[in-house]
Design a protein around this ligand. Sequence first.
Ligand code: PLP
Length: 369
Amino acid sequence: MSCCNALFDLAQLGVKQLVPYVPGKPIEELERELGLSHIVKLASNESPLGVSPKVLAAISQVLPDLTRYPDGSGFKLKTALAEKYAVNVNQLTLGNGSNEILELVARTFLSPELNAVFSQHAFAVYPIVTQAAGASARVVPARDYGHDLPAMLAVVDDKTRIVFIANPNNPTGTLLTPATLKAFLQALPSTVACVLDEAYSEFVAAEHKADTISWLADFPNLIITRTFSKAYGLAGLRVGYSLSSPEIADLLNRVRQPFNNNSLALVAAETALHDADYLQSAITTNNQGMAQLTAAFAGLGLAWIPSAGNFVTFDLKCPAMPVYEALLQRGVIVRPIGVYEMPNHLRVSIGTEQENAVFIDALKAVLDV
Ligand SMILES: *Cc1c(COP(=O)(O)O)cnc(C)c1O
């Protein structure tokens, strides 16, 4: 690609070495390829419930105002979040998805001589934002597919500015205990930002969930990220946020583009936040679907990684791509995770009962059992 464009070679090294994020295969693409119509997509941890009717109604109300710029401060959404989580508005930063928050943190704290620490098999966006900032990544081997926090702590040095922790982690679904997490924060130098990525927090059972927001008072270097993309069912609108100390929020808001959340996204997220029925139904559907899928794996003699998220990763004990491809032929899209150094595993998102059943039947047919 560099042969005829001299500028290509002059790109920042980290950017040149980037491996682009590979999203789940879009439904329309598979429809085009196969001429199939009833595609089941369980590849991107999206909500299987569809958009909440309350959100649809709220969005249509603001359509006539689309000539105007959105509220660049996200005042109403931030006020609603601050109320819900009992934090100050100045502790919140809104992002175009929580992915943008990850990028804002990297751009705020990283530069070429510095490094960020994260785990093997951790969310693919951490290496991307780290490298894009020209910084280096310290990838720490996983332990039982989860984050090995003591080993991560051991590689932190005076050039480390960020540790990324996904809890639960995607794609493995592993969850750290509150005690382990807190001990890590206590040991981490206060000059290192700890990004606690809680994209799946809503799915974690209360008895296993750490009250991390209450920790913000003790750890001014803690940055908690959350999203409306998963349990709230708004992946297409791109709204995420972080909770942090006011000082860090101030920095992130300086880097942030002034209108990073569009008008529809702001109103949709605010409405979704108050839609307790939708959230509860998302959680119930997820718990039932998790039981349905893991029972099927057990029946098939397949091992899976116990997951606290809205997806589950299972082990084929042989290269997974042929199984992925064969599932595609049957109109079922799951997620291959070879890029996460897990070539023998596939990740499946929890769908509706019926979608899960279609997946299970297709898997049985593909595995010929
Ligand atoms: C899905 C996901 C996100 C959220 O992405 P958005 O940009 O908010 O849609 C963040 N972190 C992890 C680990 C995820 O799996």
